[in-house]
Design a protein around this ligand. Structure first.
Ligand SMILES: Cc1cc2nc3c(=O)[nH]c(=O)nc-3n(C[C@H](O)[C@H](O)[C@H](O)COP(=O)(O)OP(=O)(O)OC[C@H]3O[C@@H](n4cnc5c(N)ncnc54)[C@H](O)[C@@H]3O)c2cc1C
Length: 448
């Protein structure tokens, strides 16, 4: 695309499901498109937990954005972090990885920046309890989980061994449930005969949630099935539990009756709560848009910001009719935004956005999943088969699909998890995170 190009300019912020589907919808439109992302890859978030627990490599759940867009001659990609917009001058303000500022002019803007983890006002928990939203998060969790077994193996005191073999997860939504089940499977199957001083199956996995049951949005029947599957896996479920404190040695939890209990845990993972990224607030302030409690930008039925029809908001960062933050909403809103612009440029009208609910799924363990599609509900093995086909179908790129199927074959038939790489330097980071380990837990000769 040249500077003399006089086709309308469309800028897309974010190359997740929403941004990518918007770019695809604009492929043959008479516009020039710039997709900006702070990462060079598109990420399939629903399989992050499999990357974190050693089944899939990071390359199998991501695809380079440039490769995905290579046949879209009217689309270019820019690696930069968007910090805000100048709505009057119609410019997107961004920072390149080198730290210098840059700007992109637009006639239409599609905001598809997703959401990030929320610690409900306790950002200090993040240091001890990583969330799971990005590849970086998944690799940190992989390092923490597999690193904990290593630390337990070389521990000399039973108390320290117990500490490292205790995993606490906060949030019993799909991500927390999937991770909890996977850690028990790692402990009881994958690592079963690999250690000489510990029994990995002794690992305790504690799942905390303020609600009454895991996977509550799936309805009482599937939620009960999920709870019983977690029981069978050996996940200890602590519902009606509000986490009040997390530090380097564990967490404190308040029960419904107000009593506080302290749990010692070597690994704490956070899978509760989402918040819109700061760029959403910057855009809302620049346009006068309203934000909901999580900071998502409220839009009208054409996905436009009231008073700014040239700015469309899509996917997780959009707030419309209480639509859930799921991949299907992101894909459909992304497609709609691209089509609306394509139609407008061609002088055609577009009907308001309508969402077609295709259901939701959560993986529990090998051979067990829950799936809800309209009035149809599947659990156990039938649910798992449906889950498998959905994920094969939606995983981005055919190479990733083939690779994932092969990895699943070995993982499901032979308990093999080949993607367990983490470096000793990263283990060093784990030690750094837990620098304030008290003397009672510190190994002999440890200085701090
Ligand atoms: C662990 C996990 C499991 C999930 N499981 C399921 C599931 O089983 N089924 C389901 O339907 N949904 C699931 N979801 C939700 C689903 O992944 C999201 O709804 C979907 O990814 C949202 O797409 P999006 O394009 O709106 O945002 P994202 O996919 O988050 O993409 C946002 C993009 O914007 C980029 N970005 C953000 N801020 C900036 C900035 N300032 N500058 C430049 N770029 C920026 C990011 O790098 C990212 O690439 C899961 C989510 C997670 C985290």
């Amino acid at each position: 695309m040249s500077d003399q190009d006089d086709r309308p300019r469309v800028v897309i912020i974010g190359g997740g499901f929403a941004g990518l589907f918007a770019a695809r919808a604009l492929r043959r439109a008479a516009v020039q498109v710039t997709l900006i992302d702070q990462a060079a890859h598109h990420l399939f978030q629903p399989l992050l937990y499999q990357c974190a627990t050693g089944i899939l490599s990071e390359g199998k759940i991501t695809a380079p954005l440039r490769e995905l867009l290579r046949k879209h001659q009217n689309v270019e990609f820019a690696l930069a972090e968007v910090t805000g917009i100048d709505a009057d001058r119609r410019r997107v303000l961004a920072t390149r990885p080198t730290g210098d500022k840059t700007e992109f002019g637009y006639d239409y803007l599609i905001v598809a920046a997703g959401v990030q983890q929320s610690y409900f006002g306790h950002d200090e928990f993040a240091r001890y309890a990583p969330g799971m939203k990005s590849i970086e998060d998944a690799l940190v969790i992989r390092r923490r989980v597999f690193g904990a077994f290593e630390m337990a193996e070389s521990a000399t005191k039973p108390q320290e061994r117990r500490h490292w073999l205790t995993f606490a997860l906060v949030g019993a939504g799909p991500t927390g449930v999937e991770l909890a089940g996977q850690i028990r499977e790692v402990a009881t199957k994958t690592l079963r005969s690999e250690y000489r001083h510990i029994k990995p199956e002794d690992a305790r996995v504690l799942l905390f949630d303020g609600g009454s049951a895991p996977l509550a949005p799936f309805g009482p029947k599937l939620s009960a099935k999920a709870s019983s599957s977690l029981d069978k896996l050996g996940v200890e479920q602590h519902m009606h539990s509000i986490v009040t404190q997390i530090d380097g040695t564990g967490l404190s939890v308040r029960a419904e009756d107000g009593t506080e209990t302290r749990y010692d845990a070597g690994t704490v993972l956070w899978t509760a709560g989402i918040a819109a990224p700061s760029v959403a607030t910057a855009i809302a302030q620049a346009t006068g848009a309203k934000q909901d409690r999580a900071g998502r930008i409220e839009v009208g039925p054409d996905l436009g910001i009231p008073g700014h029809p040239e700015i469309l908001v899509t996917g997780d960062v959009m707030s419309l009719n209480k639509l859930p933050g799921v991949a299907e909403v992101a894909m459909q809103t992304g497609l709609y935004a691209g089509r609306r612009i394509r139609h407008e440029v061609a002088g055609r009208e577009t009907k308001p956005f309508r969402y077609f609910d295709l259901g939701s799924a959560a993986y529990l363990s090998r051979g067990r999943a829950v799936v809800s599609v309209g009035k149809l509900q599947f659990a156990g093995f039938p649910g798992w088969v449906v889950w498998l086909f959905i994920h094969i179908g939606f995983l981005t790129g055919y190479r990733n699909r083939v690779g994932a199927v092969l990895s699943w074959w070995f993982a499901f038939t032979r308990d093999l998890r080949r993607e367990r790489t983490f470096t000793t330097k990263q283990v060093g980071i784990v030690r750094d995170v837990y620098a304030d380990l008290p003397a009672s837990l510190a190994p002999p000769g440890d200085e701090h």
